[in-house]
Write a protein that binds this ligand. Structure first.
Ligand code: ZN
Length: 292
């Protein structure tokens, strides 16, 4: 079986309230990424944040500064997020990727595309009510095609992010239509913590998605859990040939004593080795994902 690719999802828009180790500034993101590399990670996924408040930043310079530091010190695969859905247009959501790709010192290796539209309202289980009720994360098929073409022209590889089976089917159509070139790195998103856009964060939730990954296409896949603990699912993903994406961006892991991202990666790497799969180096991950 292939080695295990570990992606670390370093910050998303997580606060430091539940775990103080969430990196904000480009320097903090880069230092954390390099620690995670030593612990066994091959891919670093990050969001640019205001260095002090942690508020989302859409400034291309903030994205580029983190990438420049990481690339100067390592061969980690760099995967910045696309701009938030709150930005005014698909072009605005993609602009920092295009800008970074022009300079070899900041060029991203991967960029994630959420392959469909979802309701992303939050449910408060204690209060038994939805705290938002009209939040749609809109990704029309036209927008997805634009993302696919723009990413390819920039020399960056897409990550097809799957919140549901429909997204997997759309990805297969993108491969067939020549919009994505194989291998396509796919990512199963499970959702907990009052978000119902994905399947539950359980082995069954993962398997119900994995059953629909087409065998006819080369699609190495990983699993992540937004808002929940990934460890109950990790062993099953390792056994099924999947890869793992974990980090403080998705969940604070208070039950593990507020670990750092590198501690999480260390634990996943140990679990993989115990199951007989070595973590992939960045160079090995590049070969597996076609991200030369
Ligand atoms: Zn993200």
């Amino acid at each position: 079986m292939d080695k295990l690719i570990i992606e670390v999802r370093i910050n998303e828009y997580a606060s430091r309230r539940r775990n103080p180790h969430v990196p904000f500034s480009p320097g903090e993101i880069a230092a954390d990424a390099l620690e995670c590399l030593d612990a066994g990670a091959a891919i670093i996924h990050y969001h640019a944040r205001d260095p002090v408040s942690g508020a989302p930043s859409s400034r291309a310079e903030d994205y580029a500064a983190a990438a420049r530091k990481i690339k100067a010190a390592s061969d980690l695969l760099i995967m910045p997020t696309l701009g938030a859905w709150t930005l005014p247009s698909p072009e605005a959501r993609m602009s920092h990727i295009v800008a970074m790709a022009k300079d070899p010192a900041t060029r991203p290796d991967l960029a994630p595309i959420d392959m469909g539209t979802s309701n992303v309202d939050a449910y408060d289980a204690r209060g038994r009510r939805f705290t938002t009720d009209e939040t749609v994360y809109l990704n029309t098929t036209r927008t997805l095609q634009y993302f696919a073409r723009t990413i390819r022209e920039a020399g960056v590889r897409p990550v097809a992010v799957w919140w549901n089976v429909s997204a997997i089917r759309t990805t297969a159509a993108f491969v067939e239509a020549g919009l994505f070139a194989e291998p396509v790195y796919g990512q199963i998103v499970l959702t907990e913590g009052g978000f119902f856009a994905g399947n539950p964060g359980s082995v069954r939730g993962m398997q119900a998605m994995a059953d629909f990954i087409p065998h006819s296409a080369r699609m190495p896949w990983s699993v992540m859990c937004a808002g929940g603990n990934l460890f109950p699912i990790a062993g099953a993903a390792i056994e099924r040939g999947g890869h793992l994406a974990i980090g403080l961006g998705d969940y604070a892991y208070e039950e593990l004593g507020q670990p750092s991202n590198a501690h999480l990666v260390e634990r996943i790497a140990a679990l993989a080795r115990a199951c007989g799969r070595e973590p992939a180096s960045p160079a090995e991950a590049r070969a597996m994902l076609g991200a030369g």
